[in-house]
Design a protein around this ligand. Structure first.
Ligand code: BG6
Length: 587
């Protein structure tokens, strides 16, 4: 949602922080700022995407500083509202990732005390609160600690003092500290300092880490010093460049075959205990938000179909009615790219308190979701930079398929099907004609304001994800409909020229979908069919290989390409679409 970064070391802090913010830009890119210490704190804030080095030339050389990249929640996009925010006397500058849910209440108290505010941000309230506490404590670190305890909501705060100290406090939003023998990095994720670091200090919720010539970790509430325990984080790849593709999105779609093969290189023994847990659980839930929520739904589908497990998927932000039903005999499985999605973390923390076993399948090493899981799995899909998730979604549903096959007792069959799929998908992606077919249809669809997608059985979640991708990339209203539901309401919207995209496999639902196609055709719709063979009623056909049980995973690839080429056709910012962020670490 926002990214925070801090640096102490022999290099020039403005340059190091700028690189770190660029790696965090996927978390929000409305505006950004850098503050460094050189006899005083020097601050540079800008609206828009992170600039390049000349942007920071106005800053003096320094070895200590903090930075922030913003996704606006409270207060519009402006230089004034950008972080870091100065204290009144400029003795410190502060940035936040999160939302202070009680900021109005705190602000009204501070206003009555005579404090002035220049911005509409909740973050400025934290600054004034610290100033207020400082009057009581006359000690900045203690003032910061006491002020942080007053904040409600999920936050991470980082603060730079004019004498070169850095303090960072965490409660809910991510915070990691990278250490090597001469540098210290503070950040929202490990990826941002990946090339420089291998040891990461784990900072838990309710903890404060600070540097004043050495690193300290304390429990914020107890004000008690804690041991610094770092863990090795290794990255399969920390390369973050487009490698010749026009956009990260296209590169990441092309990585799908490699990612699918990653899924099958796993430690089966480690999975045995997890499979046992799935079989013996009273209720099995899968949970995610956004694209990961759809992956969660497909994982539950595979567990029902192949594992014969009554698995149910829930949406990260909305499971209130389930809380009373959760018991210590239940299992909750969370696919997540970042492992930091607040909507899901909040549910997992409540479920955990009820004794529910937690499993997570996460892409970002060292995430909160992994740390709170009883069963921790990593997708090792490498950095996914495009805000629109593609290769990680593919990894999540391939992982779910293989898991279900292992529950079925047919892991080896599942593995060979996925290897076959990886090979087939690679051929599909490297055949120029397949891209030309999709590109032509993307041009046609980009002209429309409403696009409908039809699917059923294994393809329903696939067309839902196609809907999400088209909405994210084209800002066009797309609507993924269960094919069986069409005649009960959506059919009223069918008229001449209305575009309907269908995904079909050689499966039990094929005839039902063909039937739905005939219904929309009868009302003049234009049908684009994704299927192994052209079917009756198709106006346009996107041919895909028939990959049997993994057909739905194959079908998502042309849909991801379709969304990509539509976004390109509309000249949108493909890798950073408007208004969304890669990881939403606030509710
Ligand atoms: C959204 C992203 O903000 O969060 C989606 O735009 C993503 O791509 C969703 O699926 C959940 O994020 P995560 O990190 O839990 O997969």
């Amino acid at each position: 949602m926002c990214g925070i970064f801090g640096y102490i070391g022999p290099k020039n802090a403005p340059e190091v922080i700028l690189e770190g913010l660029k790696r965090l830009e996927y978390r929000g890119y409305d505006s950004w700022g850098i503050a460094v210490v050189a006899d005083q704190i020097n601050l540079n804030k800008k609206v828009g995407a992170i600039g390049d080095l000349d942007e920071v030339n106005s800053l003096p050389k320094s070895n200590t500083g903090i930075g922030h990249t913003r996704w606006a929640t409270h207060g519009g996009i402006s230089e004034l509202n950008a972080h870091p925010h100065f204290s009144t006397d400029k003795s410190f500058a502060l940035a936040q990732n999160g939302i202070v849910e009680n900021y109005q209440e705190l602000k009204s108290v501070l206003l009555k005390k005579g404090y002035k505010f220049k911005t509409e941000t909740d973050t400025e309230v934290i600054v004034r609160l610290i100033e207020d506490k400082l009057k009581e404590t006359n000690n900045l670190k203690e003032a910061v600690r006491l002020a942080f305890l007053k904040l409600l909501g999920r936050n991470t705060v980082i603060l730079l003092t004019k004498d070169g100290q850095i303090m960072a406090l965490r409660n809910g939003s991510p915070l990691v500290v990278g250490i090597n023998n001469k540098e210290i990095f503070f950040s929202s994720d490990t990826l941002s300092f990946a090339p420089h670091i291998r040891d990461v200090l784990v900072v838990e919720n309710g903890q404060m880490v600070y540097w004043n010539s050495k690193l300290h970790l304390i429990d914020i509430k107890l004000n008690k010093t804690l041991p610094l325990n770092s863990e090795k984080i290794n990255f399969k790849t920390s390369k973050v460049d487009k490698e010749g593709y026009d956009h990260f999105m296209l590169k990441e779609i092309h990585e799908s075959p490699y990612i699918i093969n990653q899924v099958v290189t796993r430690d089966y023994a480690y999975y045995e205990s997890f499979v046992d847990e799935i079989k013996k659980a009273k209720d099995v839930y899968t949970i995610g938000s956004g694209t990961a929520g759809i992956a969660a739904s497909q994982i539950a589908f595979y567990l029902r179909v192949f594992g014969k497990i009554r698995a149910e998927s829930v949406i990260g932000a909305d499971i209130y009615e389930y809380y009373e039903l959760l018991t210590k005999d239940d299992l909750m499985i969370a696919p997540s790219q970042s492992g930091e999605t607040a909507d899901v973390l909040e549910v997992l923390e409540i479920a955990r308190k009820k004794g529910v076993k937690i499993a997570s399948y996460v892409n970002m090493p060292g995430s909160t979701m992994s740390r709170i899981s009883d069963f921790k799995f990593l997708s090792h899909a490498g950095p996914e930079i495009c805000v629109m998730s593609t290769k990680v979604f593919t990894s999540q549903i391939a992982w779910g398929y293989l898991l279900a096959k292992q529950v079925q007792g047919k892991a080896l069959e599942g593995e060979s099907n996925l290897r076959e799929l990886a090979y087939t998908a690679d051929k599909y992606l490297n055949t120029g004609e397949n891209h030309e077919i999709v590109k032509k249809l993307a041009k046609l669809l980009a002209k429309h304001k409403d696009i409908f997608l039809l699917g059923k059985y294994q393809n329903f979640n696939i067309v839902r994800e196609g809907m999400v991708k088209i909405i994210e990339g084209s800002y066009i209203h797309a609507h993924g409909i269960p094919a069986g539901d069409l005649k009960h309401y959506a059919i009223t919207l069918m008229e001449k020229g209305v575009p309907v995209v269908v995904a079909v496999s050689e499966d039990v639902a094929k005839d039902d979908v063909i039937n739905a196609v005939s219904q929309v055709k009868a009302r003049g719709a234009t049908v684009i069919g994704i299927s192994p063979t052209a079917l009756p009623g198709f106006d346009f056909h996107i041919p895909v290989p028939d990959t049997g049980e993994t057909s739905a995973i194959m079908n998502i690839i042309p849909l991801q390409l379709l969304a990509y080429y539509m976004a390109v056709e509309l000249n949108h910012n493909v890798d950073k679409p408007r208004n969304i962020a890669k990881s939403v670490t606030v509710k």
